[in-house]
Write a protein that binds this ligand. Structure first.
Ligand code: SF4
Length: 215
């Protein structure tokens, strides 16, 4: 069942912020790299690290897999957890050396998700960012911002429950999923993060009547 409240929220955010055109990247593999680097850090740090990787010519699986680890750690240091992230980057680079990206991205979404989740360092949010923004396949991304907004609107749930809620209420539209997640992030930074709850544009919308999981 399509739900007007989640679509209404989308329209409010889009009207306020305009289209975000995520994900800013030149290639699908750059999206993959960004999805790893963005874990627990600001996007500006990711941009800096991506710039460094670009300069080294390390934004493709073979060269990244072969990259000098000390230099790689130095480049991704700005993103925090640099040892872990450098190792995760090498790991995912090796994975995409062995698995053809185009072929992989064309298998059924649930199967693709399971495969991505089996890679060390790839959790729900990272896997879904890769599916949506690198593969261009329909998977709604949930993050801490989405969880907080939904909680404010009276709907709590874990990652999978909230994802099912969005996916069951929205049309299966990749471009809408991309924009919606981006808008949630930008809105959260501009309002929730700045404690502008008095001005919250989503006031008055209650999702308790949203039909999705649990109904
Ligand atoms: S601005 Fe405040 S009330 Fe509105 S969604 Fe964000 S945290 Fe919740």
């Amino acid at each position: 069942m399509k739900n007007n409240q989640l679509i209404e929220i989308y329209r409010i955010l889009l009207d306020e912020l305009g289209p975000q055109y995520w994900w800013p990247a030149d290639t699908a593999f750059e999206v993959v790299v960004g999805a790893i680097l963005t874990q627990q850090t600001k996007w500006s740090n990711v941009e800096k690290a991506i710039g460094g990787l670009k300069e080294e010519g390390w934004l493709e699986p073979c060269s990244l897999a072969d990259a000098d680890i000390s230099r790689l750690e130095e480049i991704v240091k700005c993103c925090g957890f640099f040892r872990q992230k450098a190792s995760r980057l090498k790991n995912i680079a090796r994975f995409f050396m062995k698995n053809d990206m185009e072929e992989l991205f064309s298998i059924p979404v649930d199967e693709l998700r399971e495969i991505l989740l089996s890679i060390r360092g790839v959790g729900n949010e990272t896997a879904d960012c890769i599916i949506l923004y690198a593969a261009g396949r329909p998977k709604f991304v949930i993050d801490a911002y989405t969880t907080r907004i939904m909680k404010c609107l009276g709907r709590e749930g874990n990652y999978i429950q909230l994802q099912r809620l969005f996916e069951s209420c929205l049309p299966e539209d990749v471009e809408m999923y991309k924009e919606y997640h981006a808008l949630i992030v930008e809105y959260s930074k501009a309002f929730c993060g700045k404690k502008r709850c008095e001005d919250c544009l989503l006031k008055g919308i209650s999702t308790d009547k949203v039909h999705g999981y649990g109904h």
